[in-house]
Design a protein around this ligand. Structure first.
Ligand code: AMP
Ligand code: MG
Length: 315
């Protein structure tokens, strides 16, 4: 079971063969994903760490941070990145219309989240954003990244899988798509955990009320956003959406959520000028994906320097 007696947490001992195998698999997966997107003409953007603008993470059904990291630099207040959503929206509007970023996020998750096996207080997202794209374009991109990287691991790193005792199946794309509301009716509020235990391949779930930047259809009230849920209880690995781009709607939603408009100044300035392009994108949690591929019991097992909520190591 998932617990905190984890592999490779003692940073005073040489790494086990098990942990080294995980690191080799991670390098292989990232190589495949990066190469695929470069072949497809994406710009590879390096991350920012501190900014006046970041993801509020609110309202999101999964919200559970106990504090935000805010500091003053040069007399200005900035936050550590909780995701690069705002920067992605700005960038795809200004030139590079297809981008990806390996973006480090700091989210000081509540300490009880240590036991979920899925939460870290520092992790990295493989973020993608594409101007004028729709939901299904983003589905196809991540389906290819996921199936190709799993194929690569099976074909090129069988020794590593053997060390880990991991049997992996190559998922069949396109993945099935479900509506959140239907899953909620059938399985209740823990639908994510329930379906994750039943499915054999990853599935998309759409229509999840959450942050202001995800697109809400004014006619149907439906949210054009999505999560990807992994099998075997690993749960959510991707969240994404088509995005809001109209000034009035953005302002209305920021006010509805009780957020400061001044934290989204460039986004709103671009939208007011009609320069904020519609786009769609998503972010994949790299540690969660590698935990699934390697069969790790806790997502911290794939980190060289584990970042478990509530446990701050000496390095
Ligand atoms: P979000 O947009 O907040 O859902 O974050 C995007 C993805 O990042 C999620 O689908 C997860 O794979 C990953 N992620 C989010 N929060 C954490 C966390 N605390 N620890 C590890 N991975 C996370
Ligand atoms: Mg999410």
């Amino acid at each position: 079971m998932r617990g905190l007696m984890l592999e490779g947490l003692d940073l005073r001992k040489p790494m086990s063969g098990h942990k080294l195998a995980i690191l080799r698999i991670q390098a292989g997966v990232l190589k495949v994903m990066v190469n695929k997107l470069l072949e497809r003409g994406f710009y590879w953007i390096l991350p920012v760490i501190l900014s006046k603008s970041t993801d509020p993470l609110w309202p999101d059904p999964d919200f559970s941070i106990e504090k935000r990291i805010e500091v003053e630099i040069y007399g200005e207040k900035v936050s550590a990145m909780q995701s690069m959503i705002v920067h992605k929206r700005v960038l795809v509007s200004l030139g590079p219309e297809k981008i990806f970023i390996l973006s480090p996020n700091i989210r000081i998750e509540r300490r009880d989240r240590a036991a979920t096996g899925r939460h870290l207080y520092e992790f990295t997202q493989f973020e993608v954003e594409v101007a004028y794209a729709k939901m299904h374009d983003i589905f196809r991109i991540y389906e290819e990244l996921i199936t190709e990287s799993i194929k690569y691991v099976k074909e090129s790193l069988p020794h590593e899988l053997e060390i880990l005792g991991r049997e992996l199946r190559i998922p069949q794309a396109p993945f099935k798509v479900y509506k959140r509301i239907e899953l909620e009716e059938k399985y209740g509020s823990s639908w994510q955990d329930e379906i994750s235990k039943i499915i054999k391949d990853p599935v998309w779930v759409t229509g999840i009320p959450r942050q202001f930047y995800d697109y809400e259809d004014p006619e149907t009230g439906e949210w054009r956003n999505y999560d990807l849920i992994l099998p075997e209880g690993y749960g959510e690995v991707i969240s994404g959406a088509e995005r809001e781009y109209e000034y009035e709607k953005l302002v209305m939603k920021l006010e509805r959520d009780g957020l400061e408009k001044s934290s989204y100044k460039i986004l709103l300035d671009l939208a007011r000028e009609g320069l904020l392009k519609p786009s769609a994108g998503a972010g994949l949690g790299i540690e969660r994906f590698i935990a699934y591929i390697t069969g790790a019991r806790h997502v911290a097992e794939v980190q060289p320097f584990p970042r478990i909520p509530g446990i701050v190591p000496d390095v």
